[in-house]
Ligand binder design. Sequence first.
Ligand code: SAM
Length: 244
Amino acid sequence: MTGANPEILAGHTFTVPPHRHNRVVETVLQYVDPARALRVLDLGCGTGLNTLALADVLPRATVTGVDLSAASIAVAESTRRRHPAADRVTLTAANYLVFSGGPYEVIVSESVLYAIPASDEALFGKIAGDLVPGGLLVYTMPTGALGNRLLVGLRRGLRKMRGRASDRLLLGIARVLHGGRYDDALLRERVPYMYVVPDRYDTRALHAKLAALWSFEILTTAPIRRASPAQLGHRLVAVRRRST
Ligand SMILES: C[S@@+](CC[C@H](N)C(=O)[O-])C[C@H]1O[C@@H](n2cnc3c(N)ncnc32)[C@H](O)[C@@H]1O
């Protein structure tokens, strides 16, 4: 475990980039009845785009967004106030591991679980305990593929020599790779994330653990196309906590 991810993440904002809008939300809609009064948690909500999108497509749901970063929650909160579903959405700056809310029918967590320095037992045990029986968890996480592990090796090296020069280098690379697609503010926002080293990967062994320890049934797993060679390849996973 790296332990340093929270320090890298806590002071920054993180906004879902345009190519990822709705990915998790569409998966939730495949497995729930949108007419139900669901309780939904967006774990690691960043600036809240998924949180508000979930409130949009689930018109009777109450949606909670929690994020370690007070900076992200402040941005999310100002967007929430202007949003038509504002009164069904709650945002909290907290470490999920010590956050008490719930229980929830749905928990989503996009590109977050890999960066939480806790044992699988502590993290997924808490998630399982926060879900009602039959509850749905949809997450995305980097896979354990060789390409990811090599990239993570590079990130580890970069993290050791982190400074203005490495930040500038990363921003320069991001501009070359994504400049035509994303504005500069979004690229700058993403620089700190290039120093994040996964605390876990999404692997078959993890899926087996989810099934054996917390009775999760795997509903779907799907690779996600990476937007550039500098990104870790992720997988989208939907699992349901068995009722019995
Ligand atoms: C890569 S960003 C993803 C944000 C958003 N879910 C998205 O898809 O754009 C990871 C987010 O997880 C949050 N995070 C990391 N560890 C957390 C924890 N223990 N509790 C709550 N949020 C956490 C970070 O602050 C950051 O906003």
